[in-house]
Structure formats: C-alpha cells, structure tokens
Write a protein that binds this ligand. Structure first.
Ligand code: UD1
Length: 406
C-alpha cells in the first residue's frame, strides 16, 4: 500500500481515539464488524474517511438485538451474513482492498466442548474467506487478522536453574492437587516465574479456541505469502471496556465479575485467585488495529505478528478488588479452588514490537480503563437485572462435561 502520506493527528470527539490520518482512502471490509472490537474499528475507519463495509452474522450469544445498531448503519454498509456463506462473502469482498478479519467465536471454556463449531466458524470460516481471495477476482492487498495470545499457551517462564523454559499445560493430577503454579519442565523447580511473551515465543495452544486461532494464523500466513499479499496478525491480550457484551457468559472475567457484583452476589476467583492476565483497554486495541489496517508498507514479504496488550500483569484477585474499589462497595470475594481445563495460569505480552512497528504505545492503565468500563456498565444495570443468569448456565455446561472441577 504505497503513496499514503501523513497529514495530521486527529482526536475523535467523545472518544479517546488518537489517530494518525493517512492520505489514501481505503476500501475496507471488517468481518465481525458489529462486535465489541470490530464495531469500534469500523466506526473509527469511517470517521477517518475510509470506505468501510461490515460483515457480521449478529450471533445471538453476543447480540441482544437481531439488527445492526443505528450508529453503524448511518455511515457504514452492513451485511448480515455468516462468514461461511460463500456467496455473501464474495459479494462483501467486491472492491475491497483491506480485509480486517475479526469474526470469530471467542470463549475459551466453551470451545472445549463445542469443538466442531469453533473449528467450523474460526478455521473453516477463515479458509473460506481465503479461498475466495485466491480463486475469485478481487482487489484485496492486505489481511489484518485478530488472533489471540492464547496461541502461546503458558508462554515463557524463567527458571533459576535452567533459564527461559516453556512449560506444557498443567496436568489434571497437578490441578487436582491444587498445585497451581508452573514447574520447570527440565529440572522440576516448583513455582517458576512467568516472563513477558514476545512474538517469537513457542506456540503451545492449550484450548480448542487457541488451536483455531493458531490455524487461522497459519492459513493467513501461508496464503498471503504465496499470493504476495500483506498480512498483519494481531495477538490480542484480554480486551475489556465499554460496549462489551455484559450478558454473554463467554465474554471474559471482567464482565462476569461486574455482573455478579451488581447483583449482590459473591465474586468467585478460580484456583487461588492468583491467575494473571494482560488486560488491555478497548481504545488501545482499536487504535492499534486501525494503525495495522492503514499504515503503509507493512506485512510483506513476511506477515507481521504483533502482540497487542498493556505489557503488564494483573491477577484476577486484583481485577475483583479494583472493581469493588471503583464501585465503592465492600468486597465479597470467595477463592473457590475450582479450575477450568484449558485455562492458562499466567500470561502477559512484551509490546516492544508493537511500539517499534506501529509506533503505538498503550495509553490506558488498568485502573483508568476500569473506571471507564464501570461508568458505562452502570448504565446497563437494568438490562443485566432483566437477563437470565447465563453465567450460571455456562458454568453448568462445563461442569456437566467435567471441564470445570473442584
Ligand atoms: C480471553 C478471551 C479470549 C482471548 C484471550 C486472550 C474470553 C472469554 N476469552 O480468554 O477470547 O483470546 O483472553 O488471552 O474473554 N475466572 C475466574 N472466575 C470467573 C470467571 C473466570 O476466576 O468467574 C478466571 C478464569 O479461570 C481464567 C481467567 O479468569 O483463568 C480469565 O478468564 P476469561 O476472561 O474467561 O478469559 P481467557 O481464558 O483468558
């Protein structure tokens, strides 16, 4: 994508999206463009003057309404169709130069029993998209894929005896003994320390969801190299913020905890509460994704793999405490000792390459991001109160399959 020139910095009103505007208007398809991340990416791109089209199946697990929201349809062409519908995707690709491929199923726990479905949507869906790009006339020059840090599994750890090691997932007997921390796979040293994951780290997917994300990466990477297309593969960490699907039980721990707190229920921390993640605020993810879409001359001849995170670790105990503090409520926290098969223990990103390649440094501390999340989520209280308790249902599904244990 040549000839693009920098014009100015722009701050979009009512948002925190600080964008470097490029000269060239692009024709962009956002798959999953009605979702939490995709809808914001689509809106920011449209505000920047790009021609944006959205393809989304408005999956009922994520969307309360079966129609696209007005704030999308007023400036963006929206197509309601499944990624696996070849004719619809072919139509959606007409005239498109950049595909931002965000459509996917995202629940780690759910993927462990809806194996065929996750594989079908995430892997076969991506294969179908690429099949059209390779076999039908089109103008696609770049694919930006939303992947996940889940592809790393546990990621790297530092053993005082052996240096950097990559422990495999914890065995069921280790979990059953409530030995939560990772041990060195070489010398057996217990409770070794997690270190930031770079993009060069070993890939060891631990859930079906993670394995579908790795397949997506491989499909995109191999196809784009063979066809001399550009590819940027974004490995998102745990994304949160205003607009998240609060009643979707598979949308992540922050929404789950908020729903419990607001309904006066105790927050349940799995394992010993010290599981940690790299929580990254939605605006940071949107800014990085938009930059990956519009920045000229990246992603070829090799795909560009980028971690998109804060680069910091937060435990789920700290998540619960920060939510209670922000809401100014007394904490009701239970450490349950329960565990989900397929969960990783710790993970956080090294974001050096993100800064080097996209010139983007994450802006939002966890406390600042949670403040914005809570402010928005409080406006959704009535909706939460009226919704059936899908969190309990989701837990029951895992228990029935022995994927969630004590
Ligand atoms: C999440 C995303 C996934 C993304 C990945 C990137 C979801 C559902 N999945 O997976 O799309 O690719 O991050 O790293 O958002 N927990 C509790 N109590 C609860 C609920 C959860 O202790 O009531 C724990 C879980 O056991 C887990 C941790 O919180 O260890 C985070 O879980 P979750 O938010 O579901 O997401 P990930 O599995 O990290």
């Amino acid at each position: 994508m040549k000839n693009a020139k920098q014009i100015k910095l722009m701050l979009i009103p009512d948002t925190c999206y600080l964008i470097i505007i490029k000269g060239e208007a692009l024709k962009i398809l956002v798959t999953g463009g009605a979702g939490f991340i995709g809808s914001r990416v689509a809106r920011v791109l449209a505000e920047l003057g790009h021609q944006v089209r959205v393809l989304d199946n408005l999956s009922p697990q994520v969307h309360e309404e079966a129609a696209f929201p007005a704030e999308l349809t007023e400036s963006i062409e929206c197509i309601k169709a499944d990624l696996r519908d070849r004719d619809a995707v072919q139509h959606a690709l007409e005239g498109i130069e950049v595909v931002a491929h965000l459509a996917a199923e995202t629940g780690t726990g759910q993927s462990m029993y809806r194996i065929r479905h996750y594989s079908d949507v995430n892997t076969t869906g991506t294969a179908g998209l690429l099949d059209i790009i390779v076999n039908e006339p089109n103008s696609v020059r770049r694919i930006v894929l939303s992947s996940s840090r889940a592809v790393y599994g546990e990621g790297p750890y530092n053993c005082p005896n052996c240096g950097i090691v990559y422990p495999p997932s914890r065995s069921i007997s280790q979990l059953a003994a409530h030995e939560w921390e990772m041990n060195c796979p070489r010398c057996g040293q217990v409770a070794i320390a997690s270190v930031p994951t770079t993009e060069e780290a070993l890939l060891q997917p631990q859930s079906i969801y993670a394995s579908t994300k790795q397949s997506q990466e491989q499909l995109v990477s191999i196809t784009t190299q063979a066809r001399e297309l550009e590819a940027v593969i974004l490995r998102y960490q745990n994304v949160y913020g205003p607009g998240q699907a609060l009643t979707n039980p598979y949308t992540g721990v922050i929404c789950a905890f908020f729903s419990s707190i607001i309904q006066g229920k105790t927050v349940t921390l799995f394992e010993d509460g010290e599981i940690s993640r790299d929580f990254v605020f939605i605006d940071d993810v949107v800014n990085a994704t938009v930059e990956a879409i519009i920045r000229p001359e990246i992603g070829a001849p090799q795909p560009l793999f980028l971690n998109v995170g804060m680069g910091a670790r937060t435990t789920i105990r700290e998540v619960a405490q920060t939510l209670y503090e922000t809401l100014e409520l007394p904490a009701q926290i239970e450490v349950s000792g329960q565990y989900r098969l397929g969960d990783v223990r710790h993970c956080y990103a090294d974001v050096t390459r993100l800064e080097q390649q996209l010139g983007y440094t994450p802006q939002f501390s966890f406390v600042a991001g949670i403040r914005q999340f809570v402010e928005w989520a409080l406006t959704q209280r009535d909706m939460i109160a009226q919704s059936p308790d899908r969190l309990e249902q989701a837990k029951a599904e895992l228990i029935a399959r022995n994927l969630f244990r004590n």
